[in-house]
Write a protein that binds this ligand. Structure first.
Ligand SMILES: [Zn+2]
Length: 275
């Protein structure tokens, strides 16, 4: 019943308070948003409600709040469709260097996705000599990026930030197959309902357990895939997917049946690869 009540309240808010309604848990931002706020926007007294359905779905995001205008007017938006034939091998791109280690983490259902916050500064990603620290990771279903016009079943985003505040997101495509045993540590406490409260995971969690062995990647300049759709994000989409069991994917789908932004025009951008 609590879920039903919350949904009713949100529908009421959206319908009668126009776009100024809160998402229910104002302190409970997707870290994409947190990162964007830290780098581009002052904190606001309320958070505009947005979603993947109905009147607040992706095609309406820019109308919901002037802070979301870039979702419509931007020219370097994410996600995109990655066409293998048009990817340019680029010798100037360094291999992706990931230095992750077992870390204290907490997990939260923020109403848009399941997010895992990394509670230390020990997880590094380095490309082209620039180092970024892992802030959080979260999931989309189906994948946000397409490869040759096809979605993977899900996509993992690992959001990193450099000292100068710039963002690099590592995207990992997820298909059904063998179980990912590292995921069980998180999924054993998977929060089914939206809440401002983070659940602290017992022991340490190693984000490296969610990556494929081969880190060859597609690279391009894009944006956050959630409002405010801020541009200037370095995207690194791994060429090799990982597998989760159908049950592991099903557990997420039971909470978020779909939470992906559709692909955006590539425009004049090029997608490179580090091989
Ligand atoms: Zn994401």
């Amino acid at each position: 019943m609590q879920v039903t009540k919350r949904v009713s309240r949100l529908l009421f808010s959206a319908a009668f308070l126009t776009v100024m309604a809160g998402c229910g848990n104002n302190n409970n931002l997707n870290l994409n948003e947190q990162a964007a706020q830290e780098t581009t926007a002052p904190s606001t007294a309320h958070q505009t409600h947005w979603s993947y359905e109905g009147d607040t779905s992706p095609e309406h995001w820019a109308e919901l709040d002037q802070l979301f205008a870039t979702c419509n007017t931007g020219t370097a938006q994410s996600p995109v469709n990655i066409l293998h034939d048009k990817v340019q091998a680029d010798e100037h791109l360094s291999p992706v260097k990931v230095e992750y280690s077992p870390s204290p983490v907490s997990i939260v259902n923020n109403g848009h996705t399941i997010q895992v916050n990394i509670n230390n500064k020990d997880n590094k990603l380095t490309i082209e000599g620039k180092t970024y620290l892992l802030q959080q990771l979260h999931f989309h279903l189906p994948s946000e990026h397409e490869v040759d016009g096809k979605h993977a079943e899900m996509e993992l985003h690992l959001v990193h930030k450099s000292k100068d505040g710039s963002l690099a997101v590592l995207g990992v495509l997820i298909n059904a197959g063998s179980e990912n045993t590292a995921l069980n540590q998180l999924w054993s406490v998977l929060p089914a309902e939206e809440s401002a409260e983070e659940i602290v995971i017992d022991g340490a969690f190693d984000p490296a357990g969610l990556l494929p062995a081969d880190l060859h990647s597609f690279r391009y300049q894009g944006s956050l895939t959630t409002p405010p759709c801020t541009e200037g994000v370095q995207w690194i989409v791994l060429e090799n997917p990982v597998t989760w069991s159908a049950e592991q994917i099903g557990q997420f789908a039971a909470i978020f049946p779909h939470d992906n932004r559709p692909v955006q025009p590539l425009g004049s951008r090029e997608i490179g690869s580090d091989e």
